[in-house]
Design a protein around this ligand. Structure first.
Ligand code: UDX
Length: 436
């Protein structure tokens, strides 16, 4: 079966590349000609570990091709993945324009039986809408097709391994036959496959992301309580996580979640609830706690310096929303840097891969460094926003010598409190005692 994947963003490019690596013929389609030209040459358009190797390998095997023509992609394939963006609209709902446009084009160019798979994160009921749009845009000659929902659960930074060894694969279909065909497509992965109706599959994606976001906000609230009560959130989280019903993952307290999914999907889920007249109170609270968390971290810094941040210089390590990605979408760093700039503080930043993305946002308002140590020279404090691995193994005596005072604010709880004390740092993290 020939596959086309429409949209070469995070989800589309990883899906297309991995499906071709499983032995399928895949055409990745995007209307962005520049992107397609780069991809044809094997140049990845996103930073994702392992992607380049797979891209080059499968292009060379002639299993992976690229096209900027939707018509070509649609006509040449039996299975069409829709993997275009569904950004947050002003009202908070997912903006479905790109998905509807693809559906219109499928209606226009469909030339035989096809399975249309919604891979984009789309609100419940979107599968029905895609079906309607395709039917409406078909010319006199009617072709049969099926719509399937197959949400992705890829994490940036480990998207390839998440695709190739998923915890589960969700296939939502209102008919048995397409579900069987798509199940076969994923069989080589040897992962648990769950088949549901389309609406349930659509909701599994949102409910999973909202639950994980809630888990993070929950532990962040506990962290805030730990701070005032004198407890240690890491110990609390470990104690909680050992209960198998709770699980140890996603209990790292810090400055909250960012990225392209959790912030957008939680808001969209609340919006969907409203549309159906139901108020999702827990998810709404998770969103609010997340917003406050980054502000609280900044306030701790401000309080430490008695609200006098003007002309003070801070070296920030990490600006991407999490390690192993250059993605800055909804990154806590953006809000925190803005708060610093509002107080006329000077900001130096270092990030292993996100400098170019950071420049797009802050231009010449802050200073950029290509080395972690250079970024903290003569700074009043080091501020850690993203827990990149390279920050774990730093030369602390060098850090101490370069800073104008040995002060570290750590939004990701990277270091041991006793060790920081021994080294003579003032060390302020999240949900743990301050080392002063
Ligand atoms: C997430 C989902 O994990 C993935 O299944 C979905 O398809 C897309 O959204 P991603 O946004 O790439 O993936 O990152 P993830 O690793 O899940 O982290 C999200 C955010 O939560 C990051 O900002 C991270 O720093 C934060 N986080 C995560 C915490 O603050 N604490 C934790 O314990 C875990």
């Amino acid at each position: 079966m020939k596959i086309s994947v429409i949209g070469t963003g995070y989800v589309g490019l990883v899906t297309g590349t991995c499906l071709s690596n499983l032995g399928n013929d895949v055409i990745c389609v995007d209307i962005d000609k520049e992107k397609i030209e780069k991809l044809k040459k094997g140049i990845p358009t996103i930073y994702e570990p392992g992607l380049k190797e797979l891209l080059v390998k499968n292009i060379n095997n002639n299993r992976l091709t690229f096209s900027d023509s939707l018509q070509y992609g649609i006509e040449k394939s039996d299975i069409i993945f829709i993997a275009v963006g569904t950004p947050e609209s002003e009202s908070g709902e997912a903006d479905m324009k790109a998905v509807w446009d693809v559906a219109k084009n499928i209606g226009k160019y469909i030339n035989g039986y096809k399975i249309i798979i919604n891979k984009s994160t789309v609100p419940v009921g979107s599968g029905d809408e895609v079906r309607k749009i395709i039917n409406k845009n078909m010319n006199a000659k009617k072709h049969k097709f099926d719509v399937v929902s197959n949400p992705e659960f890829l994490r940036e930074g480990s998207a390839i391994s998440d695709f190739l060894s998923p915890d589960r694969i969700v296939i939502g279909s209102d008919n048995h036959n397409p579900a069987k065909i798509i199940t076969r497509l994923y069989e080589p992965l040897n992962a648990p496959i769950i088949t549901t109706d389309i609406k349930s599959a659509e909701l599994i994606k949102y409910a999973s992301n909202a639950f994980l976001a809630t888990k993070i906000s929950f532990v962040n609230e506990i962290a805030n309580l730990c701070e005032v009560a004198g407890a240690n959130v890491e110990d609390v989280a470990t104690g909680m996580g050992l209960d198998k019903r709770i699980g140890e993952k996603f209990l790292n307290a810090g400055i909250g979640y960012g990225g392209s999914c959790f912030p957008k999907d939680t808001i969209a889920l609340v919006s969907t609830g409203k549309k159906f007249g139901y108020n999702l109170k827990i998810v709404q609270s998770a969103i609010e706690v997340n917003k406050i968390q980054r502000k609280l971290f900044f306030e701790k810094i401000s309080k430490f310096f008695k609200s006098r941040l003007e002309n003070k210089k801070f070296g920030i390590w990490g600006t991407s929303f999490k390690p192993n990605t250059d993605d800055m979408r909804e990154s806590p760093s953006v809000d925190i840097i803005k708060l610093f700039l509002k107080e006329n503080a000077q900001i130096n930043i270092y990030d292993p891969v996100a400098i170019a993305e950071t420049k797009k946002i802050f231009k010449n308002k802050i200073n950029y460094f290509s080395n972690a140590y250079d970024a903290i020279v003569d700074c009043d404090a080091l501020v850690i926003i993203t827990e990149w691995d390279e920050f774990k193994q730093v030369n602390f005596s060098k850090v101490k010598n370069l800073l104008s005072a040995p002060i570290i604010f750590d939004g990701r709880n990277m270091y041991d409190l006793n060790y920081m004390k021994e080294l003579g740092f003032k060390y302020i993290s999240v949900g743990r005692n301050q080392v002063l």
